[in-house]
Structures are given as C-alpha cells and as structure tokens.
Design a binder for this molecule. Structure first.
Ligand code: 13P
Ligand code: SF4
Length: 368
C-alpha cells in the first residue's frame, strides 16, 4: 500500500534550527603512535608482491595506472600486519580498495555482521561515517578509524535525534525503524535498525499495524509496496539514487530489449518500476553471479559496477551510474595515512552508544 504519511524538518515548528550533525565524533589523529612513511616507489619487489592483486582488477584498472597504485597498496598490506588492523570496505569503494586492500567487503548488513566477528584490535572502515559508527557500536573496545571523517551521507544528514523525538510525540506508541544510514544519535532514539537487505523483515517483525520508517522516503515507499503494515515516512533521500529517472531506463530497454536492469531500493518508484530486480548492493551482486546476464544496467553507485566487472568480465555493463561523493572521499592515500597515524578515530558518547547499540543488535539478532 502507499506510504500513509510523510514528514520532514519543515513539518515541526518546535524543531531546533541549526546544522544537522553528520560526523560528530571524529577524534583528532593520534600522532604519538605514528610510524615512518614507507617508500612508495614502483620496484621489482613491489611488482612481484602485488602481481596476484593486479590479476583481480586487470579488467577495470589499465596496466599503465597500476604502477601508480601498487606501491601504496603494498605499503597498506604491510602496515595492516604491523598494526594488527583489518579493513572493512563497502561495495561502493573503488576496485583498488575493494579488491586489493580490503579484508572484508560487503553491503551495510554484511559489514555490520562481520564487524561483530573482528579479532584485530583496529578496524579501518572504508565507507561512510555511519558505517564506521556502526562498527564502533559493535566493537566498543576496539579502535575504529575512518580515513576521512567528512565521508557523510545525505540520508544520515537528513534527520536528527530531536526529529525522532518529535515524531514519537506526534505518534505515541508507534514503533520506529531507522535505516542504518543514520547517525548513532538517531539510532539511539529508535526501536530497531534495518538495512536495505532486511527492511521488510524488520518492519514486519514488530507486529504493529503502523510503523514509522526513516529517513529514506524511497526505501519507505518500496517497503510499503511489500507489506500490509502502514508506513509513516521521513522526507530523506539518497543524493546518488534519487537522480536516476525511469525514462533513461526505458531508453536502454528500447535500444536493446534483451538488456537486464537491476536497481537499489533507494531509487524513486518510477525507476524501480523499470527494474527486473530490486535489492541491496549484496543482493544485486548475488543476482548477477547467479544470472550472468549478457548486458546489464546496474542502477546504483559507479564503483559497484567496476567491482562486479572485475569479478565477472563476461557481463557487459551499460553504465548510467552516479558517483557517491562521500564514498569517494576514501582513497588509497588516506587509508595509508590512517594506518600510519591511527586517525581519524571514531568515538561515540558511551551513554548514547548503549542505546544506539541496542537498535543495531536487535536487527542483527533477528532470526532469518
Ligand atoms: P547497502 O546496504 O545496500 O549496501 O546500501 C548502502 C548504501 O549506502 C546504499 O546507498
Ligand atoms: Fe548515502 Fe547515497 Fe552515498 Fe549511500 S550512496 S552513502 S545512501 S549518499
């Protein structure tokens, strides 16, 4: 059924004015434990040591670019060992990060689950700030680093903890689900989190006739189309996915009726109406692995198409993709810097963290 009601910052006269906090808790870099900068020269040793990694990305990174990246990739591998660190990377990270330096890659749910199993003392999160906060919530005793704490998210920036309290006042007793693309401050105010992998399951797990689902209006619309639960939504949107248009997808199909189109549920409904499959980034990748389409349009962030093509070069990608400027703040250079200086550390107020962790753990502990 359609979304029942939708609210946004302008709908609350009592809402405190001011900047929405997107990256509130990044601590300054710790210089005390800095290690010397390693040599970043392209040598025969570096070429030999990184040759197996180049095999993984040779279909998406031209040979002429590899000597510029390989020394940093090699230095990152050595530093990870020296620091006892693990690198978690979202599916939207560039191939040289996703395939060459990450220990664990995946969608938001996979990264959250994997974060609970990490043995290393240091986690370097290659993704955006809310992902690093989620890792910190699940690993309060570990050091969680993000190579650039300004890697935000338009969804996380669209709502504050105070907004959630105002929604609760307006709809007393109605449970609140927050997409993980929110700050820890928002997670602390809600009943449970969800990701795009499990949003419908989470909403239905509450056994309530009506649920407040925030902050993504398009994911809320998608969830509402899959359940009888009444959905009250928030006017947030992903600045990357909201730019796609149904008409551009129709044009691809008219040009080649055999083309397959898959889309992320953060896209507007006219885009999802054109898709052969809708799912989280991990579900999209699994769909491509299983179906092996000849020609594919992947309606999501550009790097994911590169990461899939690196693995499945026989799939021809048509690329009407959009870049996420926040994801692209993470680079090989700042990952190296992060390991050298142990910056920027993600910290969360402990009292707030207890409440935010509960919302994330409730999601992770849901039975499949
Ligand atoms: P996934 O959970 O599907 O990986 O999505 C995260 C995200 O930020 C999509 O824009
Ligand atoms: Fe946020 Fe959209 Fe970037 Fe994902 S792609 S991190 S939802 S802005």
């Amino acid at each position: 059924m359609p979304i029942t009601e939708i609210y946004g910052p302008d709908d609350f006269a009592a809402r405190p004015q001011g900047k929405v906090i997107t990256s509130p808790h990044a601590a300054p870099a710790r210089t005390v434990s800095a290690l010397p900068t390693p040599s970043l020269e392209w040598t025969e040793d570096v070429e030999r040591a990184t040759a197996p990694l180049y095999e993984r990305v040779k279909h998406v990174i031209p040979p002429i670019e590899w000597p510029l990246m390989a020394p940093t990739i090699h230095a990152i591998s050595e530093l990870k060992r020296a620091r006892n660190a693990v690198i978690l990377a979202h599916n939207y990270q560039a191939p040289e990060i996703f395939h060459c330096v990450a220990d664990i890659g995946g969608d938001s749910l996979q990264l959250a689950v994997e974060a609970t199993k990490v043995k290393a003392g240091i986690i370097v999160q290659c993704g955006v700030h809310f992902m690093a906060e989620t890792s910190k919530l699940l690993n309060p005793e570990k050091t969680v680093l993000i190579p650039d704490s300004l890697a935000g998210c338009s969804l996380a920036a669209s709502i504050t903890g105070a907004d959630v309290r105002l929604l609760r006042e307006k709809f007393p007793g109605v449970p609140v689900v927050a997409y993980v693309n929110t700050s820890a401050e928002v997670k602390a105010e809600v009943d449970i989190c969800c990701t795009s992998s499990n949003a419908v399951q989470v909403v239905e797990s509450l056994n309530a006739p009506t649920v407040i689902f925030l902050p993504d209006r398009y994911l809320a619309t998608y969830v509402a189309s899959k359940t009888d639960v009444k959905i009250i939504a928030w006017k947030g949107a992903c600045e990357v996915h909201e730019r796609f248009k149904g008409e551009e997808l129709r044009a691809y199909r008219e040009a080649d009726p055999s083309v397959q189109i898959i889309a992320h549920p953060e896209c507007p409904p006219d885009v999802l109406a054109e898709a052969d499959f809708t799912g989280s980034t991990a579900h999209m990748i699994n769909w491509v692995r299983n179906k092996r389409p000849r020609r594919l349009v992947m309606i999501t962030e550009c790097s994911m198409a590169d990461n899939v093509r690196a693995e499945l070069p026989d799939v021809e990608m048509l690329r009407p993709c959009n870049l996420c400027p926040h994801m692209k703040r993470i680079t090989l250079a700042n990952i190296l810097q992060s390991l050298l200086t142990l910056g920027e550390e993600v910290t969360i107020d402990p009292e707030l963290a207890v409440r935010a962790r509960r919302s994330v753990e409730r999601m992770i502990n849901l039975k499949n």
